[in-house]
Write a protein that binds this ligand. Sequence first.
Ligand code: FE2
Ligand code: FE2
Length: 173
Amino acid sequence: MISGKLEKALNKQLNMELFSAYLYAAMAAYFEHKNLNGFANWMRIQAREEMGHATKFYTYIHDIGGRVELEAIAKPPVDYKSPLAVFEDSRAHEGTVTKAIYQLMDLALAESHHATSTFLQWFVTEQVEEEKVADDIVKRLQLVAASPEGMFMMDRELAQRTFAPEPGAEDAT
Ligand SMILES: [Fe+2]
Ligand SMILES: [Fe+2]
């Protein structure tokens, strides 16, 4: 059993993970449009990972006897100033997600809902990785921003990323 407040907060986080998937899909579309197919590949995989996060919340809400309520997903940006601006936005977004996960954890602890704090622990760890990876790409893009060769090499590198589904987070694709 969970309180209405916790159920609402978990649904809110489910919506945020769906928005994350939508945001990264929009970023992938921006890169496709710019013919940066390696960057687009990286973002498409990022979007799939976020769908996996959403699936984890969806499953968990049901597992604890709650009800999933899907809300509208906000429209993500269409255009960016540069690839660097995209990854700066991504890094900022991951910071916002980390804060939201922490707030959710605070609520789970305040309600002594130990199952939820254990469930959220995976996301706490995942956010460390998410923020680190985004920050790393921002810093490398800052180094190569003015160099077409550097951008070409980064595009080739990001093309190498492959999708590895997390247990319990498989999506339908
Ligand atoms: Fe996520
Ligand atoms: Fe993320």
